[in-house]
Design a protein around this ligand. Sequence first.
Ligand SMILES: Nc1ncnc2c1ncn2[C@@H]1O[C@H](COP(=O)(O)OP(=O)(O)O)[C@@H](O)[C@H]1O
Ligand SMILES: [Mg+2]
Length: 268
Amino acid sequence: MAKVIAVANRKGGVGKTTTAICLAFFLGRRGKKVLLLDLDPQNALWAALCHSGEKGSGASGALELVRGEASARDIVQTTRLLNVDLIPFGNPESVTHQDESLFAMPRKRAAFVRVVASLSKKYDYVIVDSPPGASALVEFALLLSDSVVIPLQCQPLALRIMPRILRDIKELIVSANPRLTVEGVLLTMYDFWQPISHEIADQVWSYFPKKSTFRAVIRKSPAFERIFDSEDNPLLQEELDEELLDYDVIADLVVSREESSAESRKQP
Ligand SMILES: Nc1ncnc2c1ncn2[C@@H]1O[C@H](COP(=O)(O)OP(=O)(O)O)[C@@H](O)[C@H]1O
Ligand SMILES: [Mg+2]
């Protein structure tokens, strides 16, 4: 049974989708079977990882599943990344406001959870990307998951939103998903040349409990911007840009945490 990890933060542009893709990629490179689930109506994962340049509005995904237009079998797509499959959000051109409310309906949610549980038997990890804001989709992503990675962009604003992030997670754990743990707050777009980046890291690392942060950062680099480029994806190049490997360190931490918690579950 796969471990389900959401990538979430109410703020947009902090590196959620980049984190979902890179974490999936490096887990896959380690031989882990990964299923990416895109719960962001922008459907960016399909465009980046499956689309080969020709015009097209997208394959069926989570949206068509909750609408009852597609079955579990139809929605899993292979990607260009080794060992990584994808459930796209679905055809973004057909999304309406009502669609989002489908993800809030208990009956639809329960059916979706069953589909993910059954698919997850074939995978080691399910990584769930979520949209910004506080929508039914974000709530559902966290409800589905065992843990959450919270990307935090290295900017002064990060310090102001820290208390809210912690409060949101605590509320969710109490109200909706007692199983949810914080996999880690992850500092993204870290600039070694900017003293503010070091200050933010110090403050974030002292604010959150040690087990809830990754004591490793993701550097700011143009290499990450090309991850959304379906023609020139740097993850598909033979020699990886050094900065991309920052996510390999995070993948390593995720796997070793999982292995040590499996080990402690085995002990009498
Ligand atoms: N480590 C990084 N260094 C430089 N640019 C980054 C980095 N991570 C993400 N980006 C860029 O920042 C923008 C927002 O990233 P994205 O992953 O889409 O954030 P979110 O999903 O939270 O909205 C994108 O243009 C992406 O290419
Ligand atoms: Mg995103």
